[in-house]
Write a protein that binds this ligand. Structure first.
Ligand SMILES: Cc1cc2nc3c(=O)[nH]c(=O)nc-3n(C[C@H](O)[C@H](O)[C@H](O)COP(=O)(O)OP(=O)(O)OC[C@H]3O[C@@H](n4cnc5c(N)ncnc54)[C@H](O)[C@@H]3O)c2cc1C
Length: 414
């Protein structure tokens, strides 16, 4: 007799788990609360779906797990296995900047269509508009209760996601169910999100994008730094390098009362000239001002900085009051070069689940073995974002979802 497997949640990891289990010979039912599977996949990679990264290593993941389940998972099913599997399912890939893997069509819909076609090919019974409410262990099987009917299966895989972008279906119900089933669930927080950091003159620079370095410090200690395109907004900072550092601020600020938030001094410093030392930048500005010494500060700086930055720093440092570039004191040029390489943004909060790409926290990794099977309830598996692992931007989160889905599906079918 075929083993019966029920997968709760039809996102990236749930679809992969269902395909792997069916491929391994199980009779599979996939339950999804939305009217379609995999809504979130369509949004990934700005609609192109960055499905993995060729520089795959555990340092791209954050988890409290000391035994590195992440490493064991990636050893069993890594980036090359994923690319091979997609090829087997009939999808070619393309690699951007030697690292970032996308479908050859550069369209996220291709990934979703290929997964849905595979579900049909492997005869997975897909039930949409089926919201899983409860899972109960019966003597030799599990009963999976939805808002409509109940299903019985030998094995259950919970792939209900976290809380990010709840309109795609992942609204935290997975965490509640996991708690009810006795799993240890770490407090959740938005990871890979934007930072709320009000500064004077914010409106002037809102809408600007600039390549630079972003460094996060907590209580005066630099904890993380990243490079890339920074977006300046009317509430603070966004863009990939800001997303990469956001989790450290989010852990301290999310869901915390004012008193707790005020206990820490969290600050971002932006370096708009990371390719120069401060001394080099100072000389560069000095030369520029000397060359156009008879002109206004604004005109003299116009080849060096975007007009909005000229206004921002001009007001911030009082540079407009000098009649020409020649009369700007050296002390202020020093201060300008300092600010251009260490512009401080105090972090007051983070953008929430409607904005963030992944959820930090979730089911503690100590609850599952290397096949993602519950240590306390054999036959029950967990995959994807519901687990307490987050990856950096760049394909690491989908790889985690697909790897855990593939491994759990394969072992659940045994
Ligand atoms: C805007 C955006 C862009 C992103 N871009 C990338 C990228 O380019 N590369 C990358 O690696 N990662 C990216 N990510 C992250 C990636 O999408 C997630 O890590 C991944 O989708 C997690 O997969 P999952 O299956 O665990 O959860 P989800 O994809 O959230 O799937 C969970 C599914 O479970 C269903 N569900 C929830 N509750 C129930 C219930 N009670 N009953 C039945 N079904 C239920 C949901 O409707 C949903 O379909 C992005 C995320 C966002 C939001």
């Amino acid at each position: 007799m075929k083993r019966s497997v029920c997968v709760a949640g039809g996102g990236a990891s749930g679809m992969m788990a269902a395909i792997a289990a069916a491929k391994a010979g199980a009779k599979v039912t996939l339950l999804e609360k939305n009217d379609r599977m995999g809504k979130k996949i369509l949004m990934t990679g700005n609609g192109k779906c960055n499905l993995t990264n060729l520089d795959m290593n555990i340092s791209a993941y954050y988890t409290e797990d000391k035994d590195s389940l992440v490493g064991k998972v990636l050893e069993q099913f890594g980036e090359k296995d994923l690319v091979e599997l997609f090829k087997e399912l009939g999808m070619d890939v393309t690699v951007a900047r030697d690292l970032y893997v996308y479908p050859n069509t550069q369209t996220a819909a291709t990934v979703l269509n290929v997964l849905r076609r595979a579900l049909t090919y492997y005869e997975v019974m897909c039930k949409t508009e089926a919201t899983v409410k409860n899972i109960k262990k019966e003597s030799r099987s599990f009963c999976i209760e939805t808002d409509k009917e109940a299903y019985t299966a030998d094995r259950v895989i919970i792939s209900m996601g976290g809380k990010s972008f709840p309109k795609t279906g992942s609204d935290g119900a997975g965490f509640l169910l996991a708690k009810k089933l006795g799993f240890q669930v770490q407090p959740d927080y938005p990871a890979l999100t934007a930072l709320i950091c009000p500064v004077e003159g914010q409106k002037i620079i809102s809408g600007l994008r600039a390549d630079g370095a972003v460094a996060l410090s907590i209580d005066g200690k630099k904890v993380f730094q990243d490079f890339g395109q920074i977006q300046f907004t009317d509430y603070g900072l966004s863009g990939i390098p800001v997303f990469q550092i956001s989790r450290f601020a989010s852990q301290l600020l999310w869901n915390k009362g004012k008193k707790e938030r005020d206990r820490h001094c969290i600050e971002v410093k932006i370096n708009l000239f990371p390719h120069m030392t401060r001394e080099e930048l100072y000389r560069h500005i000095e030369n520029q001002l000397a060359m156009f010494s008879h002109m206004s500060y604004e005109d003299a700086m116009s080849g060096l900085l975007h007009k909005k930055w000229i206004v921002f720093f001009g007001r911030r440092l009082g540079l407009f009051k000098y009649p020409d570039a020649l009369s700007i004191p050296r002390k202020l040029i020093k201060e300008l070069s300092y600010e251009l390489t260490e512009l401080p943004f105090p972090v007051e909060g983070v953008k929430g689940y409607d904005f963030c790409q992944v959820t930090g926290g979730g089911v503690d990794l100590s609850c599952v073995d290397e096949h993602l099977q519950s240590r306390m309830q054999p036959g029950l598996f967990l995959t994807g974002e519901i687990l307490d692992v987050t990856g950096k931007c760049g394909g690491y989160n989908l790889q985690w979802a697909f790897s855990t889905g593939y491994i759990a599906g394969t072992y659940a079918a045994e």
